[in-house]
Design a protein around this ligand. Structure first.
Ligand code: NAP
Length: 494
């Protein structure tokens, strides 16, 4: 039996407070990318299931909004405790479903536990503003008024998550929505349905009332579309690829729905000639090869100043070649599989394209034969030209392309040369130079002397341009998930 997968290997949808089979009785296999083995069968929701989930959420909208904040906080803390108690099973489930090395999967569970706790704390901060009414000339009579705003729950939230953090990135949507008083319909990635369904069980047993949280498992088209287009859903919080995010924004826009979009990136890690080189190489190892490069904020372009580039690239190649590639459940594994065999083929194509444009392969450069898993060798490419596809398309795999620059203007030009703008990192011992570069980079976050893939769960996180709209981080997400209402009080009507 596989940790977290129900006896018999079949999952069920979670709608209106109960697990139930999909309307059409359809199931599909869920494959472990480390072994190619079938882990179990996921239900395939129909459009009617999606509608039933929204109906359940809409029916619970008023009653959940009326639950006092201190009670919502108590339930969220209870959810965190249940998740914490289930840490090992949850981690093994994540490792099996999406091939995340078990050590990293445990960290993901720990972060998700923290997200529910942070959401509970943030409920006390969900206040409005007060205004000095008498400072406004019109409308007449402001001397006798108090003016203030409150934040109302926005209504049913659709939460659509990607495969790479199947627990924590869903939690970054579910926890703030519940904290803000909104019911939620979750559509998890098809790669990790069991993680989301198990999470629903923990939330329900922590006390989330029936209908307030629903999970429908099924393909983006038509299940995701049905949730986005349903007239009763008010906000879509999406994390995934830019192409799908734009499609969702278009559909949501037709219904005047709010969206939070956390999309793709091609984050640059910039190494200046005075950088602490060992630290910069270590950041590239974490940034480019952590979770096999399948992280939105992975270091997808290594921009290195010419005078230190040979030394940086050689050192990175040595470190890449020494990484232990293996199955996700092996405690010693540092780089697990990529999500599927199609991704291996895509990476092969990108590397071949770079080679054909005179890039050199310093480490890796091809698939790794390990049983029936989908493994790709940690790869370092040097002298990659700006036209290569690997630096224009998000590779989402363990490939580190090194590009060289001569001065800071060129570094900034290269950093901003893609339509994305998620995060960036700059390594230098001269903070004034580093801040100068940081100021000119178009991104949602820039880290000086830290890797690109840092995120503080409590703080604003998101991208600019093709990397997204809106911000997550508990307080920011709760602001997006509420509507501001102005209240005026005339305490001495004429
Ligand atoms: P994806 O293919 O875009 O899928 C993301 C989610 O969207 C999945 O649940 C998918 O369902 C669903 N979906 C697909 N078509 C849809 C539609 N028409 N309507 C509604 N939902 C639809 O992305 P992924 O491969 O899972 O994740 C990798 C991408 O996510 C990368 O681009 C990465 O950079 C980005 N990402 C961004 C962040 C961030 O915070 N900015 C964080 C993590 C990942 P199915 O699984 O059923 O197809």
């Amino acid at each position: 039996m596989i940790a977290g997968i129900p006896e018999g290997g079949r999952g069920a949808l979670f709608i209106g407070g109960a697990y139930r089979p999909p309307d059409g009785g359809r199931y599909r296999p869920v494959v472990d990318p480390s072994t190619g083995a079938v882990l179990g069968e996921a239900p395939v929701a129909s459009v009617d299931d999606a509608k039933a989930a929204v109906d359940a959420a809409a029916a619970a909208e008023e009653s959940w909004a009326a639950v006092p904040g201190h009670e919502r906080a108590r339930i969220l803390r209870a959810a965190a405790d249940r998740l914490r108690a289930d840490r090992e099973t949850m981690a093994r489930l994540i490792a099996s479903e999406v091939g995340k090395p078990i050590v990293d999967a445990r960290t993901e569970v720990d972060r998700a536990v923290g997200v529910y706790r942070l959401a509970a704390e943030e409920i006390r901060q969900l206040g409005g503003e007060t205004f000095p009414a008498d400072a406004y000339e019109r409308p007449a009579g402001n001397e006798r008024r108090f003016l203030f705003t409150v934040r109302d729950p926005i209504g049913p939230v659709v939460a659509i998550g990607p495969f790479n953090f199947p627990l924590n990135l869903l939690s970054h949507k579910v926890a703030p929505a519940l904290a803000a008083g909104d019911p939620v319909v979750v559509k998890p990635t098809s790669a990790a349905p069991f993680t989301a369904l198990r999470l629903a069980g923990h939330l329900a047993s922590a006390g989330i009332p029936a209908g307030v949280l629903n999970v429908v498992v099924g393909p983006g088209e038509p299940v995701g579309d049905a949730l986005v287009e349903h007239p009763r859903t008010r906000l879509v919080s999406f994390t995934g690829s830019t192409a799908v995010g734009k499609r969702i924004a278009e559909r949501a826009g037709r219904h005047a729905k709010r969206v939070i979009l956390e999309l793709g990136g091609l984050d640059p890690l910039i190494v200046l000639d005075d950088a602490p080189l060992d630290a910069a190489v270590a950041a590239a190892v974490t940034g480019s090869f952590g979770y096999a490069g399948q992280v939105c904020t992975a270091s997808k372009r290594l921009l290195v100043q010419e005078s230190v580039a040979d030394s940086f690239a050689r050192s990175l190649a040595r470190r890449a070649a020494a990484l232990r590639v293996g199955p996700a459940l092996d405690e010693a594994t540092e780089v697990g599989p990529v999500i599927d065999t199609a991704s291996v083929d895509r990476l092969d194509g990108l590397v071949a394209d770079a080679r054909s444009r005179s890039a050199s392969v310093l480490a890796g450069g091809g698939r790794v034969a390990l049983g029936s898993g989908s493994f790709y060798a940690p790869t370092v490419l040097d002298h990659v030209p700006g036209e290569a596809r690997i630096v224009r398309e998000e590779p989402f795999g363990p490939v580190a392309p090194v590009l060289r620059f001569s001065d800071l203007d060129e570094a900034v030009r290269l950093a901003n040369a893609t339509p994305y703008g998620l995060q960036a990192a700059v390594y230098t011992r001269d903070l004034a130079r580093g801040l100068g570069v940081a100021k000119r980079i178009r991104a949602g976050g820039v880290h000086l002397n830290d890797p690109t893939n840092l995120r503080w769960d409590a703080l604003p996180f998101g991208g600019v341009r093709d990397s997204g709209i809106g911000r997550e981080g508990l307080r920011s997400a709760m602001h997006e998930m509420t509507e501001v209402k102005l209240i005026s009080v005339n305490y001495a009507p004429p």
